[in-house]
Design a protein around this ligand. Sequence first.
Ligand SMILES: [Zn+2]
Length: 113
Amino acid sequence: MHEMSLTEGILQMLEDQAKAQAFSRVLTIWLEIGELSTVDPDALTFCFEALRSGTLADGARVEIIRLPGQAFCMDCARTVRLAQRYDSCPDCGGDSLQVTGGDEMRVKELEVE
Ligand SMILES: [Zn+2]
C-alpha cells in the first residue's frame, strides 16, 4: 500500500511548512487526486487518519478533490476526457493517447492556525 509512504511524505511536508510559515496546527487539508493517478483516495484518508496522531495534523479534516483525467489523442489531434489510464480514445477508439492531466496528487490548500 503506497498510500502509507505518500501520507508520510505529506506529513513531513506539513512539518516543513509549519516551520517555514510559523503555524502550529493543521485544521483542514485539501488534497487533489487525479482520476488517473494510482492513489486510492479512501486508502489515503485511512492512512492519514492512522498516522496523523501526535503530529500537527492531529484531528485535521481531509478533503479529497478528484481531478478528471485528460489525454491528448494524436489521431483526433485534440484533448479528450479519459476515465481510466489505458482506455482508448472515447471519440475515435484509437490508442495514441498521451495523458496530459489527472494523473497527479498534490496538496492544494491548507487551513492552519
Ligand atoms: Zn481520438
